[in-house]
Design a protein around this ligand. Structure first.
Ligand SMILES: Nc1nc2c(ncn2[C@@H]2O[C@H](COP(=O)(O)OP(=O)(O)OP(=O)(O)O)[C@@H](O)[C@H]2O)c(=O)[nH]1
Length: 376
């Protein structure tokens, strides 16, 4: 789809969104099926923040989370697990991105969940930041085992108020490649305009107008830290397949057999994992230099870190382009846990060997540190 030529899918949920309360779905036509809320949005938009918020806020529902992360090393599952009462209710799909060549992973995971699905009131499916929602919808709608057990309650798109315009503007080298950021907005029935703390009023209004041009009917909810009233998100049954078919009558034909949605030669993921304790100052200097020079190319960076002199505090590093958040994780390193530093960088023109070397150069080394300290 291209922004200029495509009319967005419609979903007649705007009114429902403002009038419904979060009650378990009791529509007789759907009550046998388990609702899935598909959470989309570009890399770093706030999807995991949203899942964690729902898990913390929502006490009445038993929720199962399906996590699909784009990146050589999984970081998000650990961060979501901290919010879950029962770790077995978090399922990570890490064989690749559910929207493309490994759609089978989604079918397999949901298939295996069928026998447990009555334990849950809702499923949250967090897709990768590069997922095109269209094939995910197609898979759930067309596979009989899926459609006999599940229905899509809603497709919620997190929109990063600061960085989304850059990704909507991106021109793909191959004209047949979809712009994932655009698709995510177009297919949503709810758009959470997140991170409004990072933009001016004018920037926010300009993006809002653009979102409405891409998707005229999705309800847009402004927020920070992905916090919106849950009665406007869950249990609304607001996904509407007819509306997608109205604007894209060939939807089912075009999805059939189409398994390559990402231009993975362009956007790549580099994962780096090693033992040892990092030197806080050296690491900070390295990251600041890296993001200053490469912020445009590095869409997303994440890390779980162990620092010298910080006891059992586990640190979490979160970067979205030049925007960095850094602080202690809510759970410290456990006694029996191996203290591995894990990093993921997602973006263009990344060199794994160079990144690994530079990060390992930030390891704390007793002798060198003493020498440096003596010099100072
Ligand atoms: N300033 C600001 N930061 C936010 C807001 N919401 C989320 N963040 C931060 O943005 C970063 C990315 O958030 P995540 O929730 O991990 O984003 P994501 O969409 O799950 O990222 P991927 O899984 O990599 O696609 C984190 O550091 C969040 O704390 C917000 O409203 N304002």
């Amino acid at each position: 789809m291209s922004e200029q030529t495509t009319t967005p899918p419609t979903a007649d949920d705007a009114e429902k969104a403002t009038t419904s309360t979060t009650t378990k779905v009791d529509d007789p036509s759907t009550n046998k099926l388990t609702p899935i809320t598909v959470i989309t949005g570009f890399l770093g938009a706030g999807k995991t923040t949203f899942v964690n918020y729902i898990l913390k806020e929502q006490n009445d529902w038993k929720i199962c989370v399906l996590e699909n992360e784009f990146g050589e090393v999984s970081i998000d599952d650990g961060l979501v697990a901290e919010s879950m009462d029962a770790p077995e209710d978090l399922i990570t799909m890490d064989n690749g991105c559910v929207c493309c060549s490994v759609r089978g992973d989604l079918v397999r995971t949901l298939g295996q969940l069928v026998k447990r699905r009555h334990d849950f009131d809702a499923i949250l499916l967090e897709t990768t930041g590069l997922a095109d929602p269209a094939p995910i919808v197609y898979t759930i709608q067309t596979n009989s085992k899926m459609s006999e057990n599940y229905f899509i309650d809603s497709i919620v798109c997190l929109a990063d108020a600061k960085h989304l315009p850059i990704h909507l503007n991106e021109i793909k080298p191959n004209p047949t490649d979809v712009n994932e950021a655009y698709q995510q907005v177009a297919f949503a029935d709810k758009i959470l305009l997140n991170k409004i703390d990072l933009v001016s009023h004018e920037e926010k209004l300009s993006l809002e107008t653009r979102l409405k041009n891409i998707n005229k009917t999705a309800a847009i909810l402004e927020c920070t830290k992905s916090k919106v009233p849950l009665d406007q998100i869950l249990g609304l049954n607001s996904f509407n397949m007819e509306s997608i078919l109205t604007v894209d009558p060939d939807f089912f034909d075009t999805q059939e057999g189409d398994e390559s949605h990402h231009n993975l030669e362009v956007v790549q993921s580099v994962g780096v994992t090693f033992k040892g304790q990092l030197h806080a100052q050296w690491f900070n200097m390295f990251m600041m230099d890296l993001l200053r020079e490469r912020a445009a190319d590095i869409y997303r960076s994440k890390g779980l870190l162990s620092f010298h002199g910080q006891g059992n505090i586990k640190f979490v590093f979160q970067g979205v382009h030049e925007q960095i958040n850094f602080g202690p994780a809510s759970m410290p390193w456990q006694d029996n846990e191996e203290r591995l530093n894990k990093f993921v960088f997602i973006g263009k023109n990344l060199n794994k060997i160079e990144l690994t070397k530079s990060l390992m150069d930030c390891l704390y080394k007793e002798e060198e540190t003493e020498k440096t300290d003596n010099k100072e």
